[in-house]
Design a protein around this ligand. Structure first.
Ligand code: PEP
Ligand code: MN
Length: 338
């Protein structure tokens, strides 16, 4: 439910309505706008007594939000959200590209890749220190040692760090080292992890579950926002279908859908989305053309010997070429790219 205040309702009137909402056992979310303030209501399990709210001074009208998601919806927040990752702004005019290996393998590996991707215009370095692997016998990541390497990359190259927290146990450590916390596809409906991510201060990169509908995806973001963290960036990374020419089917129609339904930024992962190196460039082009706010790309200088996801990793020179094309497409759309 959304309360629209009169254009001339002042701060005191807004505060009074918020107090009334809280007195009804609900949560209020004032949304100041350029013309008037709106107040979102969450926490209503039963029908809200609309007359009680309409009776308050300064209340113009009540809009019933029809979608199950509230804080993530454009009905609540009509303006685009720009997520600030320690100075790097995602969701504004600049296309933001995150790049790096699937997994942090060694200090040398990360330093070498970081040096090259930063030159090509990447703004964040990706790399898993904790890896959600299908097999328990596969490389699981370097853990805290990997996080320390990523912190060194930030120190040396100024790249911000995005890395995955695979469970609530490692989340606090990831929060200590990273600039942005990644929640992986396999955890998109790990509700305790989502809640915990909503209670920590770093922005969150939330990846779409491999068989999640867009409503489920947005509801997962709602879990994070409901705990007070509104810095959420969504990531389309492909879903499971009958198709077997790619690892996943990259659903680029998710981008315009999310843009219309939500105010949150959305980026695209063509690496996991296709699982095939040669498809990363064409789908990166398409993602930007579809309106994505950025990309996350797996880059490795020796894909054949990568400890994970080598088949979908592109080399640093290919990444440089990709960035040139992304920059050109961004320009056509009136956007920029470093
Ligand atoms: C990743 O980005 O390293 C990853 C494991 O991706 P996803 O969760 O989308 O499979
Ligand atoms: Mn990977």
């Amino acid at each position: 439910m959304l309360i629209v205040m009169d254009t001339n309702a002042g701060a005191e009137a807004v505060a009074r309505v918020c107090r009334e909402i809280e007195a009804m056992g609900l949560k209020s979310h004032p949304i100041p706008g350029s013309i008037r303030t709106a107040i979102g209501i969450t926490g209503n399990k039963a029908r809200v007594d609309a007359d009680r709210i309409l009776a308050q001074a300064g209340v113009k009208e009540i809009i019933h939000v029809t979608k199950p998601f509230k804080l993530v919806s454009r009905e609540f927040f009509p303006d685009d959200t720009v997520v600030d990752v320690d100075g790097v702004k995602i969701g504004g005019p600049e296309i933001i590209v995150m790049a790096g290996p699937c997994a942090v393998e060694s200090r040398e590996q990360c330093m070498t890749i970081a040096e090259q991707v930063v030159k090509s215009g990447a703004r964040l370095m990706r790399g898993g220190a904790y890896k959600p692997r299908t097999s328990p016998y596969s490389f699981q990541g370097l853990g805290e040692d990997g996080l320390k390497i990523l912190a060194e990359v930030r120190e040396q190259f100024g790249l911000k760090i995005v890395t995955e927290a695979v469970d609530t146990e490692v989340l606090p450590l990831v929060v200590d080292y990273a600039d942005m916390v990644q929640i992986g596809a396999r955890n998109m409906q790990n509700f305790s992890l989502l809640r915990a991510a909503g209670r920590q201060p770093k922005p969150v990169l939330l990846k779409r579950g491999m068989s999640a509908t867009l409503e489920e995806f947005l509801m997962a973001a709602e879990y994070i926002m409901a705990e007070g963290n509104s810095s959420v960036v969504l990531c389309e990374r492909g879903v499971r279908t009958f198709a077997d020419h790619t690892r996943n089917t990259l659903d680029l129609s998710a981008v315009p859908f999310v843009k219309r339904t939500s105010h949150l930024p959305i980026i695209v992962d063509p690496s996991h989305g296709t699982g095939k190196r040669e498809k990363v460039l064409p789908l990166s082009r398409a993602a930007i053309a579809a309106g994505a706010d950025g990309l996350i790309i797996e880059v490795h200088y020796d894909p054949a010997n990568a400890l994970s996801d080598g088949i979908q990793s592109i080399t640093p020179p290919s990444f440089a070429d990709l960035m040139k094309e992304v920059r050109a497409i961004a320009g056509v759309l009136g956007r920029t790219c470093a």
